[in-house]
Design a protein around this ligand. Structure first.
Ligand code: SF4
Length: 329
């Protein structure tokens, strides 16, 4: 693309962004901490779902130091319902690293940001461009979709070759100024206009330069990989109750799912005599479909140290994932 056409494309998209961008809480007062929390929450989660969580989280943990000092259970509780809980655990770990290694100040150099737990190339680019105004590109699912249509990239978007092409395009198109706005404008276009099904090309500021629009390829691009097959799992969980208290289990780092969470013990965790089936619950995590049988049970040996008796009234505070709330009889 010629320099003149690149400049025209940048102008058109930034002008559209200035006029049409959504008013979102993390755009109101931009700081590295606020941008970081929003970016982590927005991974695999919609804007509408994130907004109330974001506001509550910022109220509960207003800065890096507050987050670093919080017990992990408190952070998971604030995250309850958002899913993908490793994001919350990494957020807290990264806050602790920022306090320990950077005096509580969010680092502003690329390598230090990338070294923080839970921060990859995309998130580093987002924080540095949006909150620090640095000239850093980023590519997420929205940007990939816009680029693949705009420039007719016909590679499977999950292939390394396609990823390299998208990052190359992102770096080449970055304007000299307003890089944070530019990156947000690309993502905003993908989220609101150049959407996966039936993009609104009539409202798009880039329609005149878009290859997919010119050639009618909108529904063929981007090229997606075949959908992953479902994996079916069955868990056997135990409801062990005694004098109004229920035995909960702290899942360790070796678990495949919900590491660090309190939950009901599974039959492999404790020695118990299982009784009648109380409930069968269903839950999905990524491409796993989990069926959970909850059985009444009585302990057959002393509870191991990973277990704790919790009153019924406190269950809501401990059972953070919706998987467990579905299991309550
Ligand atoms: S013209 Fe249509 S396909 Fe092309 S970038 Fe805009 S919305 Fe997407």
């Amino acid at each position: 693309m010629s320099p003149a056409r690149t400049a025209a494309l940048r102008r058109a998209l930034l002008r559209w962004y200035d006029a049409r961008r959504r008013a979102l809480p993390w755009r109101e007062r931009v700081t590295p901490y606020r941008t970081w929390v929003s970016e982590i929450m927005l991974q695999q989660t919609t804007v509408a779902a994130v907004v109330p969580y974001y506001l509550r989280f910022l109220e509960r943990f207003p800065d890096v130091r507050a987050l670093a000092a919080a017990p992990e259970d408190d952070v998971l509780k604030a995250w309850a319902g958002l899913g993908y809980y490793s994001r919350a655990r990494n957020l807290r770990r990264a806050a602790q690293a920022i306090v320990a290694e950077h005096g509580g100040k969010f680092p502003s150099d690329y390598d230090s940001v990338l070294a923080l737990p839970g921060i990859g190339r995309y998130t580093a680019g987002a924080i540095l461009s949006i909150a620090f105004g640095q000239r850093q590109p980023l590519v997420d699912g929205n940007v990939m979709r816009v680029f693949s249509r705009l420039f007719k990239v016909e590679e499977d978007v999950k292939k390394a070759k396609a990823a390299a092409a998208f990052w190359e395009l992102a770096a080449r198109l970055l304007p000299r100024r307003r890089c944070g706005d530019w990156n947000q404008a690309l993502m905003e276009l993908g989220a609101t206009v150049c959407v996966p099904e039936a993009p609104s090309c009539g409202l798009c500021p880039l329609a005149k330069t878009c290859a997919a629009n010119r050639l009618g390829l909108q529904d063929r691009l981007p090229v997606m990989p075949p959908r992953r097959a479902w994996v079916d799992l069955r868990w056997s969980c135990l409801w062990i109750e005694d004098a109004g208290r229920v035995l909960l289990w702290k899942r360790d780092d070796k678990e495949r799912f919900l590491r660090g969470h309190w939950g009901l013990p599974e039959s492999r965790h404790v020695k118990a005599r299982p009784g009648r089936l109380l409930k069968t619950a269903r839950h999905t995590i990524t491409h796993h479909r989990i069926v959970i049988d909850v059985r009444e049970a009585a302990l057959a040996a002393q509870a191991p140290p990973q277990a704790e008796w919790v009153s019924r009234a406190q269950l809501g505070e401990r059972l953070v994932s919706s998987l467990w709330t579905k299991c309550l009889p």
